[in-house]
Design a protein around this ligand. Sequence first.
Ligand code: PBG
Length: 317
Amino acid sequence: MSAFFPATRLRRLRRTGTLRDLVRETSLSVDDLVMPLFVAPEALPNERLPGLGRHTVESVVRECDELLGLGVTSVLLFGLPEEKDEEGSGAWIEDGVVQQALRALRQRFPELLLLTDVCLCEYTSHGHCGVLTEGGEVDNDASLDLIARTAVSHVEAGADVVCPSDMMDGRVGAIREQLPQTPIVAYSAKYASAFYGPFRDVADSAPAFGDRRGYQMDPGNVREALRECEQDVAEGADMVMVKPALPYLDVVRAVREHFRLPLAAYNVSGEYAMIKTAAAAGDLDERAAAAESLTAIRRAGADVVITYWAKEFASWL
Ligand code: PBG
């Protein structure tokens, strides 16, 4: 039973910074953050959204050196191939851009945790996350083999963890069969979201026709998110993910309550861009808004937050 005013005065524990630190329920540390990085044939720095620049293999090595210096120990690699084709072969070839980056980073930084995004959309000429049937539909089962092949090539090049983001049914099982020992972080509840806009510009991965609603989840659904997680867990996922994060905090909470696996949430490019843009316009304080957002994602139940702020956040501490 709770006591009431004046016996209870909740402000007592808010009086000083030390007291507030002592009783804070949710922590936010660089240990919980993962920095996404884009590797491409040519660098393309991004002034407005610094976390969304393109790196070459050489510059990604420098970037990881800086990240480690700041205490960021986990990165999630995305690639832009030299050339795109129908099958997305740039995703799994031995000298693909991500594979080259992995070899360079693995050798230089044994302590750096290397996660890779496993998907075909950056590599296919049509921009879909799987291969197409003759009729132009995404062919779920024919895509599985290529997705598993991509994951295997990443691990052979030095990846620690693979993260399938394609949303094909059965992809976790297909990868698990090939890689019994590798941790899999499944993008389990990945929604068909408008908040991926800035990412698609940087990764040049917008679909050439149609959209992703035939494989990514409908924004109105939460029970289905739990089914996606159940399926990925059954197929051998080690961690599940909700993406985007801020518009889906209720989904983060629901997954946290239903599963005992570690949970990641992806604070996506549009969430980052909204705050950057508002801060540039003078409407809000970027550091405070970023810290508040990341704390909210942790409070909703995420253990791990993938965020373009990882580097900047570490530099503010
Ligand atoms: C697909 C992928 C996407 C993102 C991460 N992996 C884009 C998409 O599904 O269209 C988006 C991440 C972001 O917006 O930050 N490989």
